[in-house]
Design a protein around this ligand. Structure first.
Ligand code: IMP
Ligand code: MG
Length: 476
């Protein structure tokens, strides 16, 4: 038996034993990524899992790569070695130059030269990937690929077993969770404290991507069992910074300070900042005096959809549309003006060639039951074309219904509708929506193209208007 075969055997024996042992799940993961790279003589290893909607990869465990590299932000499934997620083994010889790598510059800074990535399947379905990172440029030979695939299969069995015992979530919780699950991973249903919600809104305002309580750090162990954990409130991937707010009870502040101190000792590579009430108030004051201070109206209230949330959804819609129009050249039609922001973003994510045109209509006389009319017609003839109506928001559906019946008179080959927001509460006209970004409640939205009295169209996120304050308070 060759020396290399012997080292593969030993590593597989150790890994199989580990998986079948009584070790707690999070510890198993950590040890797996420590054992796996050994016979390959590489510098590091990571295990990534797809999130629920299979659009992002989340690091479950990693070894030998820096915290900065791990926390580099979301890894978009379709931008990071996506062939792995189609079930293929991928070898990247030059990570800093390979377009299949999402964070090439960071790879260069971290001296990651080559990467091998194999799919992790759970009961046959691809659920993530196992990767090894090499400091020097190299190609991986077949035996090395086959070894890593075997490890990935064992990892899949382990994840499945932990899952059926209901502890996969706990395992995720121990290591690195993708944030709260419900709805959007970025927007928790509830915050522990209103000041956290305010802070989140502030971050949205400045377009700073954030995660709420994305990761728990074990602080204390007893016989391999974690006895104390600490979960910072926010993580800002762009800044590689954790933030712990101390605006809650002052009695808790001392305890928090101690925990933060201990976290810094145990995880010196982690950046964390404590944020007191004063810091927070200062920031919030800045918010009120920010770019919206000249507002002639009420000002914006709660943020409903953050910039990253919208962007993610727009990308998904574009993917769906591109798939359905493969081999075609659809004509996108927008009704001015609210749709201009969505149209611009959507169009840039489409992978099929398109034509783009706009119409304008006026509600002239509408209040007297009068007609809607076209004030700017299409410049491109829609006859025989696959026409996709792009709308910012469908409320009663009257606008859309009017435009659709007009377009039908121009004999398009097909006619479908994509709207970013669907407000169903007041629907009057029966219109079929083929692609819907978000269903929204019966509230008035502003931002991302939507206006209130022509204001707020340029906000990069979508918010509600501020509640009208009672007279007495408004006077002050
Ligand atoms: P519909 O004809 O009632 O479906 O209204 C559609 C148009 O009303 C949209 O294109 C918007 O211009 C406007 N609209 C409806 N709801 C909102 C909102 O919440 N904010 C801003 N504009 C809205
Ligand atoms: Mg509109």
């Amino acid at each position: 038996m060759s020396k290399q075969t012997a080292s593969f055997n030993k590593a597989l024996r150790d890994i199989a034993r580990l998986i079948n042992s009584d070790t707690i799940a999070s510890e198993k993961l950590q040890r797996l990524v420590a054992l796996a790279p050994r016979p390959l003589a590489v510098r590091g290893c990571s295990l990534l899992l797809l999130d629920e909607d299979r659009t992002r990869l989340i690091h479950l465990a990693a070894r030998g790569i820096s915290e900065r590299y791990l926390r580099k932000g979301f890894i978009e499934a379709d931008k990071s070695l996506s062939e792995t997620l189609e079930g293929k083994v991928v070898s990247v010889v030059d990570a800093a130059a390979d377009p299949r790598i999402q964070f090439r510059e960071l790879a260069r800074q971290e001296h990651i030269a080559s990467i091998m990535s194999v799919p992790v399947r759970i009961r046959g379905r691809v659920a993530g990937s196992l990767r090894v990172y090499s400091r020097t440029r190299r190609e991986f030979i077949l035996e090395e690929q086959e070894y890593l695939e075997t490890v990935a299969n064992l990892a899949g069995v382990m994840l499945d077993a932990e899952d059926t015992r209901g502890s996969r979530n706990q395992m995720l919780g121990d290591v690195a969770t993708p944030g709260p699950k419900a709805g959007s991973p970025l927007k928790p249903e509830t915050f522990a404290h209103p000041s956290e919600e305010e802070f989140a809104r502030l971050l949205d305002f400045y377009q700073i991507e954030w995660l709420y309580e994305p990761r728990s750090f074990p602080l204390q162990w007893d016989n391999g069992k974690i006895t104390e954990m600490f979960t910072p409130d926010f993580y800002l991937p762009g800044q590689d910074l954790y933030i712990e707010m101390t605006t809650l009870k002052p009695s808790l502040t001392t305890e928090k300070r101690q925990k933060v101190r201990r976290l810094r000792q145990l995880y010196p590579e982690v950046n964390i900042k404590l944020m007191g009430r004063n810091d927070c108030d200062r920031l919030l004051a800045k918010y009120d005096h920010g770019p919206l201070s000249g507002s002639k109206t009420r000002g914006i209230g709660r943020v409903l959809f953050s910039t990253p949330q919208i962007q993610r959804r727009v990308r998904q819609l574009a993917k769906e549309i591109s798939r359905r129009h493969e081999g075609e050249r659809p004509l996108l039609v927008g009704v001015m003006r609210g749709v201009f922001v969505f149209m611009a973003d959507l169009a840039r994510h489409l992978t099929v060639p398109v034509d783009i045109d706009f119409m304008a209509i006026s509600y002239y006389g509408a209040e007297k039951g009068g007609a809607v009319r076209v004030t700017k017609d299409l410049d491109i003839n829609p006859e025989g074309r696959h026409v996709l109506m792009v709308e910012d928001i469908v409320d009663t559906g009257m606008t859309l219904s009017f435009v659709l019946s007009y377009l039908r008179t121009r004999s398009p080959r097909s006619l479908s509708v994509c709207t970013l927001f669907d407000k169903t509460a007041h629907r009057l006209a029966d219109v079929q929506l083929d692609y819907v970004g978000f269903e929204v409640p019966d509230e008035f939205l502003v931002g991302y193209g939507l206006d209130f009295d022509e204001e707020y169209r340029n906000l990069p996120f979508v918010a509600l208007l501020k509640e009208e304050r009672p007279e007495s308070e408004a006077d002050r």
